[in-house]
Design a protein around this ligand. Structure first.
Ligand code: GLY
Length: 392
């Protein structure tokens, strides 16, 4: 392990929650950091529901990603406390777990398979019958088949986290589009900024092997808000509902593959109709909820659903590090990503859970620009072994 090198010039390209968290960590480590983004925190961060839910989001065969999520979840209480202390902003970190809900017997069979998988990873999942589930959350439909409590998941308000980071970074955030060059970045107006290190945190744009996966969310306000995060399977369709302050709920989220360059993400009638109908079957009280906002954004999806964290071969002499491809986990994974990128910058030990997520793990796979490339679609199937792009 080499000694930290203080005072490097770092250009972070991309001011979503991941780029901002990396920048804040690097400033605290003594580096001279600037973040470049024409609209900071307006991409996937703006739509994110803020689930810190490695158990709730776990998927069959993704143990390394689960471990990374658990590592980052463990960092969140101290991370939120530090942000709040330094910025004076409340980021609304809440505990209470995720409540999995199954609407019918088929949904329940799927839920039990998910809980059994979590148990093999030594993650707690407490199965609940309908009566005990509704005792915890009386707003849930009386017709559901059953559920389970994942007690350790948490959630946070991503827009507040981003607001805190933006306040802390102040004028270090430059509202401009930047493109990496061999010795730093060049801005849209032609200005060149020399940097020793470029951190590529551009989400679904310009990161090798990362593709946009569109998601739509609806924010509503109701008097009948559940107190916990609900993740439900309703006659085969999935939905989650995340409570925020003042009776607000974030209802999400669709997942649609769109070709890169398919225009700005806009909500579709079909996507919203499915989302709202599924949510209403889960929470009948939503019938009278007020719709506050409808948002669509692109998540940065990688071929194995895990992030890309670490060095990328660059045209030199500036070192290029990537912090991208966080897919459904940008908010959850922000703290461990920041520590990992700082470790690469300063030659420190990378957290063990982050070590499998090197960007070069896809080097032998076809990239999204290759004509034979097909994005992994197994997260949208019931049976991961049926993935058409296997091994995915
Ligand atoms: N993490 C929730 C989502 O991506 O929809």
């Amino acid at each position: 392990m080499s000694a930290p090198l203080p005072g490097l010039r770092v250009a972070v390209v991309g001011g979503g929650i991941v780029g901002l968290a990396c920048a804040d960590e690097l400033v605290r480590a003594g580096h001279d950091v600037h973040v470049f983004d024409p609209a900071p925190a307006a991409g996937a961060t703006h739509a994110a529901a803020g689930m810190l839910a490695p158990a709730g989001e776990a998927w069959f065969g993704e143990e390394a990603l689960l471990r990374l999520g658990l590592d980052s979840l463990a960092r969140w209480p101290a991370y939120a406390a530090s942000l709040e202390r330094r910025s004076g902003r409340d980021v609304d970190l809440r505990t209470g777990g995720t409540l999995l809900v199954a609407a019918d017997r088929d949904d329940l069979a799927e839920l039990r398979r998910a809980c059994a998988a979590l148990e093999t990873y030594a993650v707690r999942a407490d199965e609940l019958d309908r009566r005990s589930l509704r005792a915890l959350e009386p707003t849930v439909s009386a017709r559901v088949a059953g559920g389970a409590l994942l007690p350790d998941d948490c959630h946070v308000a991503p827009r507040r986290v981003a607001g805190a980071l933006l306040d802390l970074l102040g004028e270090r955030v430059v509202r401009a589009r930047a493109t990496p060059t061999p010795d730093g970045v060049v801005l849209d107006d032609g200005r060149r900024v020399v940097a020793d290190v470029v951190v590529l945190a551009t989400g679904a744009v310009g990161v090798p092997h990362v593709r946009p996966v569109r998601g739509e969310v609806v924010r509503v306000r109701t008097r009948d808000a559940p107190t916990r995060v609900l993740r439900a399977r309703v006659h085969g369709d999935r939905v989650y509902v995340v409570p925020r302050a003042h009776g607000e709920l974030v209802v999400g989220a669709t997942e649609e593959e769109h070709p890169a360059g398919d225009g700005p993400p806009l909500p579709t009638v079909g996507g919203l109709a499915r989302l709202l109908e599924t949510a209403r079957l889960l929470l009948p009280g939503l019938d009278t909820a007020e719709v506050l906002e409808v948002v669509a954004r692109d998540r940065p999806g990688s071929p194995d659903n895990g992030p890309l964290l670490g060095p990328l071969a660059g045209p030199g002499p500036a070192r290029v590090l990537v912090a991208g491809g966080h897919y459904r986990g940008g908010v959850l994974l922000a703290p461990v990503t920041a520590v990992t990128i700082r470790a690469h910058v300063d030659g420190l030990d990378v957290p063990p859970a982050a070590r499998p997520f090197t960007p070069d793990r896809f080097a032998t796979r076809p990239g999204p620009d290759d004509k034979d490339h097909q994005p992994c679609t197994c997260t949208s199937t019931d049976d991961p072994t049926s993935c058409p792009t296997a091994p995915c």
